[in-house]
Design a protein around this ligand. Structure first.
Ligand code: BES
Ligand code: ZN
Length: 847
């Protein structure tokens, strides 16, 4: 089992837990009685604890005798061993522990968050974040997902404060000058889903979904921002009850916005916690992307109430079972809530992110061994979430939506209130569909990577061959195992005299498909649900590019994405890709544009400074027509996606494209109180890009006085867009010492590392402050900051990064660092390979 797994000889069934936090002194005391089943006589009881002091331990045996115990903490193992002077007999006993600890400022375990009131005074709030392995910082426990137990929690707090936990209040009593609030028993839950929030909170009016009251909570003054989140919460809760055919088993559902929060949100049963930007929003002042974010996060966490909370993965290697499924359900729910948002098309952006990381040699299978806590944290990545969701979507499309849903229902019913593994999901889906699910799916979940389908035509037949796609050539040492062929659902549309759709499962190296007579072009991955890339022979690519208007947005998206990946992988020439982008001047889908913009930003990171004006001209040439067509301000009747696209184009042309008119218009929009939110958000970015000291001071003041979380974030990230070196330094200085919240600071640093104007100084700053940052920033934020290393795309900076991480023995958990370094290697080799072609395309400047 290894040093990080607890023995299963002693198993908890119920915790009666009492915690008394003191916000002013940032300390808490606690007592617990844990009902345990001892399966065989044990020399001692071993459980998890970290950063706690254990003051007393006793064991009440089922025969009525009580044994006094002593607890020894093992810091590095995050465990405590309780011994009683004699072996513990088998049976059902009660373990009593008294302990104390600190409310920390690391946004994990039981921690303290702060905010300023309307009058500027500072206030405290206490909250918890236990996933993956931090419940042990709040109370001694069996901190592994398969030790599910019933929790009966009591919190002893200042009577003026609100206290929330997983269930509703069962009883409230005075306790000296404090109040003791006892919450109703929970369903059996793993420790990582337990939560408490204590503070001066206000809530929206509850809405009832069936029998469940749903409320949104926030710090005082923000209630007007709670309605949108509550609406999507109520909708998605009902949607999931219906989809799963299993009512939500909690007695209430609270969603709370916490001013300091490490990740985006956390699905504690009955008490979901969020960072403010992921829950509170003013739909009239927010962009489409900002509203979509709230809808996504709320729907995702609600989906976990079933996938994760009712049925829990047995161990962290199976994290995808809940995270991929919640991501998938999030898409279904948001798509049902706002069909005109076309959520599954926008999901292409997530698929592209997964295809990027999964094209690395340093990728990993979706299901992957986990031992230490750091490895569990590292599982929360694009492979678990986005790749996992992609392969679920591919499977759903393959078996059919109804049978897939029936399989999900079986799985839930069979494992409700327990734990499950991937094999259990396969079994349920297999029974529902009658298909050999493991045969189809194992390659996608248990082996790394995905296939590149090369597509050629041999007269009246299409020949499709699969091989693993990677950007960099395989290591010559043969360390990489050859993949077993993936079972690839291939949907081919042929264009010509008869258009035809054929759906087949490619389950060998090669597939031959007869084409109808008169076929002029073919598209593989029709509908865009497949998790693979296509590499068309030149004649087939040319024929497809002639038919862009008849492809759907997601199909055009995949076409651009696959071609760009082939450029990064050295299988297509950059010059050809730049020609291809010229075919997209008429493109009006925001996702396709975000992909095009992303590739242009990457080129901006590898281009020589002298050639930058030429790249700017190229950007104006490509994006200018669409920007001009949409205009600079919203028009009545524009849908939300058009508004978002207008903002995105304005930002692209005004920053990377250095468009003088866009920059002028940005200043106008910024001064216009009636400007559309998407235009305004883009204008802020454009003005920062062109901004001086006075603008910087103004944006800083706007950041501090922002009226919504989104506005605050917009102005904060805009500070990283100012280019004068002394302003870059000023922004960097804000990222340490608590001036900017530690939940946000890593993202500011990351933005600077990714920018050509800021990266040199940001890298020097990060190097000098690495240890301090790793202590100050919450773990997920610090890891995300590291992603900025992929922007240091010059050979000299790359060498410095490699030397630094080697000398310092940097470890970001799992394969995270190796993935960042490989991404950096890919862009630096692109620079070395295609530098001359890029120069030729960008100098002399276009006019
Ligand atoms: N279970 C996670 C929260 C989490 C993330 C815990 C990382 C521990 C480490 C939650 O359900 C989640 O996935 N949150 C996402 C947002 C979601 C919409 C993808 C997040 O926090 O980014
Ligand atoms: Zn999740």
């Amino acid at each position: 089992m290894g040093p990080h797994r607890l023995p299963r000889t002693v198993v908890p069934t119920r915790y009666d837990l009492r915690l008394a936090p003191d916000l002013a002194t940032a300390r808490f005391t606690g007592e617990e009685t844990v009902a345990v089943t001892v399966h065989e006589p044990a020399g001692e009881i071993v459980l998890n604890a970290a950063e706690l002091r254990i003051d007393r331990a006793a064991l009440a045996l089922e025969d009525g005798t009580t044994l006094e115990g002593s607890a020894a903490l093992d810091g590095p193992a995050e465990r405590c061993r309780v011994s009683f002077g004699r072996p513990v007999p088998a049976g059902r006993h009660r373990l009593r522990l008294a302990f104390e600890g600190a409310l920390n400022d690391k946004l994990r375990g039981f921690y303290r968050s702060s905010y300023r009131g309307e009058g500027g005074q500072a206030h405290w709030l206490a909250a918890t974040q236990f996933e993956a392995t931090d419940a042990r910082r709040a109370f001694p426990c069996w901190d592994e997902p398969s030790f599910k137990a019933v929790f009966a929690c009591t919190l002893v707090v200042d009577p003026a404060l609100t206290v929330l936990s997983n269930t509703s209040v069962a009883e409230e009593a005075r306790d000296g000058d404090r109040k003791a609030v006892r919450f109703a028993d929970t369903i059996p839950l793993p420790t990582y889903l337990i939560a408490f929030v204590v503070g001066n909170l206000e809530s929206s009016a509850p809405v009832a979904v069936g029998k469940t009251p749903v409320r949104v909570w926030c710090v005082p003054g923000k209630r007007r921002l709670a309605e949108f989140g509550r609406d999507v919460a109520a909708f998605s809760l009902g949607f999931f009850e219906d989809y799963f055919g299993h009512p939500y088993p909690g007695d209430k559902l609270d969603l709370v916005a916490i001013p300091d929060f490490a990740s985006g949100a956390m699905e504690n049963f009955g008490l979901i916690t969020f960072r403010e930007t992921a829950l509170l929003v003013d739909p009239a002042a927010a962009t489409h992307a900002e509203q979509e974010r709230v809808a996504d996060v709320v729907a995702h966490e609600n989906a976990h109430l079933w996938f994760g909370d009712v049925v829990t993965m047995s161990w962290w290697n199976g994290l995808w079972l809940k995270e991929a499924f919640a991501t998938f359900m999030e898409m279904l729910a948001v798509d049902a809530w706002k069909p005109h948002w076309q959520r599954w098309t926008t999901f292409g952006v997530s698929r592209a992110a997964a295809l990027l990381v999964d094209g690395l040699h340093s990728t990993r299978p979706v299901e992957f061994p986990v031992r230490a806590p750091g490895d569990a944290e590292a599982m929360f990545d694009v492979l678990t979430y986005e790749k996992g969701c992609c392969v679920l979507r591919m499977l759903e499309q393959h078996v059919g939506a109804d049978l897939f849903r029936a399989g999900a229902h079986h799985y839930l019913e069979r494992h409700a209130y327990g734990n499950a593994d991937t094999g259990d999901l396969w079994a349920a889906l297999g029974e529902a569909s009658g298909l050999p699910i493991p045969r189809i799916m194992d390659g996608w979940i248990f082996q790394p990577g995905y296939p590149l389908l090369s597509v050629e035509r041999e007269e009246d037949r299409l020949v499709v061959r699969q091989q693993r796609f990677t950007y960099l050539p395989s290591p010559p040492d043969g360390t990489e195992a050859a993949p077993v062929p993936w079972r690839v659902p291939v949907r081919v549309r042929s264009f010509g005299r008869d258009s035809r759709l054929s759906a087949e499962l490619l389950d060998a190296e090669e597939l031959r498909i007869a084409l109808p007579p008169g076929t002029e072009a073919v598209l593989v991955n029709e509908g865009g649900h497949g998790f693979y890339r296509a590499h068309y022979a030149p004649d087939l690519l040319a024929a497809l590019l002639d038919r862009l208007p008849v492809l759907t947005a997601i199909e055009r998206f995949d076409l651009v994405g696959d071609c760009w990946a082939l450029v990064l992988g050295g299988k297509m020439r950059l010059a050809d890709y730049l020609d291809l982008t010229a075919r997209f001047r008429g493109e009006r889908d925001k996702n396709v544009w975000s992909l095009l913009a992303g590739s242009l930003h990457t080129l901006n990171r590898i281009i020589e400074d002298a050639d930058r004006p030429g790249l700017a001209a190229l950007v104006r040439d490509r994006a200018g027509p669409a920007a001009a067509d949409l205009g600079w301000s919203a028009r009545p009747g524009d849908d939300e996606l058009t508004r978002q696209l207008r903002g995105d184009l304005l930002r692209l042309v005004g920053t990377l494209g250095e468009g003088a008119e866009a920059q002028r218009k940005a200043a106008e929009a910024y001064a216009d109180p009636g400007a559309d939110a998407s235009v305004l958000a883009a204008a802020v970015g454009v003005l920062a890009h062109a901004g001086d000291d006075a603008r910087y001071a103004e944006f800083e003041a706007r950041f501090r006085s922002a009226r919504t979380p989104q506005e605050e974030q917009r102005y904060l990230l805009a500070l990283a867009g100012f280019r004068p070196p002394h302003l870059v330094d000023r922004t960097l200085a804000r990222t340490l010492g608590g001036d900017v919240r530690t939940q946000d600071a890593p993202f500011v640093v990351r933005t600077l590392l990714m920018s050509p104007h800021g990266r040199g100084r940001a890298w020097a700053f990060v190097r000098a402050n690495w240890d301090r940052m790793s202590q100050e920033y919450p773990v997920p934020g610090f890891r995300r900051m590291g992603e900025g290393l992929t922007g240091l795309a010059t050979p000299a900076l790359e060498r410095e990064v490699q030397d630094f991480v080697r000398q310092r023995g940097v470890d970001l958990g799992g394969k995270t660092l190796a993935q960042y370094l490989e991404q950096l290697r890919i862009v630096v080799s692109l620079r070395q390979r295609e530098g001359p072609a890029l120069k030729a395309a960008c100098a002399p400047p276009h006019t």
